[in-house]
Design a protein around this ligand. Sequence first.
Ligand SMILES: NC(=O)C1=CN([C@@H]2O[C@H](COP(=O)(O)OP(=O)(O)OC[C@H]3O[C@@H](n4cnc5c(N)ncnc54)[C@H](OP(=O)(O)O)[C@@H]3O)[C@@H](O)[C@H]2O)C=CC1
Ligand SMILES: O=CC(=O)O
Length: 331
Amino acid sequence: MKNHKVFIAKKIPTEVEKYIASHCEYEMWDKDEKIPQEILYEKISDVDGVMLSQVRVDGRFFDYAPKLKVVSAISAGYDNFDTKEIIKRGILATHTPKVLDDTVADLVMGLVLSTARRIPELDRYVRENRWKSSDATTLFGKDVSHAVLGIVGMGNIGRSVAKRAKFGFDMEVIYHNRKRNAEAEREIGAVYAEFEELLGKSDFVAVMTPVNESTRKMFNKGVFEKMKDSAILINASRGEVVDEDDLAEALTNGLIAGAGLDVYEKEPIGRNNPLLGMKNVVLLPHIGSATQSTRSKMAEIAAESMIKSLNGEACEYLIPELKNAKLTCEK
Ligand SMILES: NC(=O)C1=CN([C@@H]2O[C@H](COP(=O)(O)OP(=O)(O)OC[C@H]3O[C@@H](n4cnc5c(N)ncnc54)[C@H](OP(=O)(O)O)[C@@H]3O)[C@@H](O)[C@H]2O)C=CC1
Ligand SMILES: O=CC(=O)O
């Protein structure tokens, strides 16, 4: 008899499903589309653990899951978690940082290159049979090599971006965090800058902070005014870190030159979003960690974390707020 019952709110690889099946009774939402909220709330009514991503986990969620002990996010970001409520209810919460750093950093550099050299725009130009001469100055872009990259949020992913920028493109890397990152300074030669200094110096500003009280709408009109008018904003963190109305205005009025985005205030993006009509913007559908291999590893870690937590074994992937509150998985 298996002791625990869990619900997996998202399709996961078969190997990971087998691993869960060997430890628990389980049910899984195995469709590609997102699970409807009413089905999720029904499915969690008698489970001890749940694995999910991009679902709001708050008091209401817990009210539908009276037996719940563990919630395991298949993502590095856990801004969907109401951490105060999690601590109040004594629930264990885990996430999947680090395993996706290289994959997300590759995509960030992809956004840097595709905005700077206008790759999606010029791909359309060729397909639409508008190519007459490669000498036309109207096709020129900006250099990435040797340019200044300002990283706001030099954490796990920020550091992987910095490595690529420094050692792959010989960029000058500056960064801003609330606390200095000694490892990034020592290993990569990244130089700490105050926020305003970074804005004024950077050719590319890459945002890699979580969304929290200190970062929500951190990038707004006042900030765009302090950036170079030739600068490009890259955001693969969370849409809420950028005021999207102010960004659209800044791009229209030439306060900044372009943007490469993987994340938005509303996802999927609304059909009337003005960013859709701008050719100096490259838009991706929140796919930072979306490779087969990385998503499989994330599901594996999330599953192991859930099972270990349910069994009262040590788990390194507890969210930092629980570690800070001295909560552990161990019985
Ligand atoms: N597009 C995608 O698919 C993905 C997006 N993400 C997003 O990326 C975020 C970052 O991930 P990860 O690198 O693992 O997280 P980390 O926690 O390792 O790094 C976050 C960094 O942001 C800094 N930070 C936090 N608040 C501020 C602030 N107010 N000003 C400046 N810096 C700040 C932190 O430093 P300090 O505390 O010293 O300020 C820390 O260095 C995730 O939270 C998630 O939202 C993650 C994975 C995939
Ligand atoms: O956005 C994705 C994540 O892992 O966080």
